[in-house]
Structures are given as structure tokens and as C-alpha cells.
Design a protein around this ligand. Structure first.
Ligand code: DQA
Length: 155
């Protein structure tokens, strides 16, 4: 039985989760994700291989996405941070690599009405869906969605 290989990819300013403005982004770090996925998905979690990468630079993120394409990964849970709202380069990359990608946000970008710029997503143009507003649970939900998407294609 093959496993579902998912990359959890984080963009700029997401290297210190739990420490960065916890009132907005929550108190949990990425190290919490593995056990949250196990708790949420139970047995299925043993069929999901998570890998993690964070970079502050756009080019490094593109290099990692291209690596995911070479490795033929099955899914990407991608929190592109502020690049979400500005990066046509990342959107272009997602378009050609063709790996199912879920856009992830810790905060609910639609509800941040003091900062309307955050309501726009360029990377979302080439994602299969978006999950925002649930803190670290947003990543768990994204992994779960990618797993269901993969199961549908592979059963
Ligand atoms: C974020 C929302 C973005 O607007 C912001 O630039 C981030 C984090 C989130 O997870 O809520 O860096 O992607």
C-alpha cells in the first residue's frame, strides 16, 4: 500500500510560530502538528508522510515547490504568509507543478477588516481550496482535505 506524501510549506515570518503575535497566530508551534494529525485522522495518519519546510524568501519557496514536483509528492499544505497576497511567481509555480495544494492561514484573513489587502489571494488561483482561521488546526484540516482528495484519486 502506498502512502500519501504531503509537504507542509511555510513562507515568510512563519518560522517562529507560537512566539509571533500569539494573539493573532496562536500559541502552538509547528511541532504540535504531527500529534494533532494523529489525533484527528486516527489510523489514516499512519498512511500520511508529512515533510516540513519554511523559508522567508520567495525564491527558496519556489525551489522547494520544484523539488516537490521532482519528488512527485501528493499534496501541499501551503501557508505562504504575506506572499499569499502578492506573489504571482508562487502562483505561477503552483500552476505548472500541478500538485494539489491547499492554501492555509492561521488567522481568518477575510475577517481582518482593518487590513483589507489580506482578503486578496494570488496563490489561491492555483489551489484546490483554502482553510483559514483555525490556528494550528487549519494545517490539520488542510492535511485531512489533501488525504481525502488523494484517496478519491487513488481508490
Ligand atoms: C497568515 C496571514 C497573512 O496575511 C500574513 O501575512 C501571515 C500569516 C496567516 O497564517 O494567518 O504571515 O498567512
Amino acid at each position: 500500500m502506498t502512502n500519501c506524501r504531503i509537504l507542509v510549506l511555510n513562507g515568510p515570518n512563519l518560522g517562529h510560530l507560537g512566539k509571533r503575535q500569539p494573539e493573532i497566530y496562536g500559541a502552538l508551534g509547528m511541532d504540535a502538528l504531527g500529534s494533532m494529525v494523529e489525533e484527528t485522522l486516527g489510523e489514516a495518519a499512519s498512511r500520511i508522510e508529512l515533510s516540513y519546510f519554511q523559508a522567508n524568501g520567495e525564491g527558496q519557496l519556489i525551489d522547494r515547490l520544484e523539488q516537490a514536483w521532482r519528488d512527485k509528492l501528493d499534496g501541499i499544505a501551503f501557508n505562504a504568509g504575506a506572499y499569499t497576497h502578492t506573489s504571482l511567481a508562487l502562483a505561477d509555480c503552483l500552476a505548472w507543478i500541478g500538485i494539489p495544494c491547499v492554501e492555509v492561514h492561521l488567522s481568518n484573513i477575510l475577517a481582518r477588516s482593518d487590513q483589507p489587502l489580506r482578503r486578496q489571494s494570488l496563490i489561491g488561483l492555483n489551489c484546490i481550496g483554502v482553510i483559514a482561521g483555525f490556528g494550528m488546526m487549519s494545517y490539520t484540516l488542510a492535511v485531512s482535505a489533501l488525504w481525502q482528495h488523494w484517496l478519491k484519486k487513488n481508490s
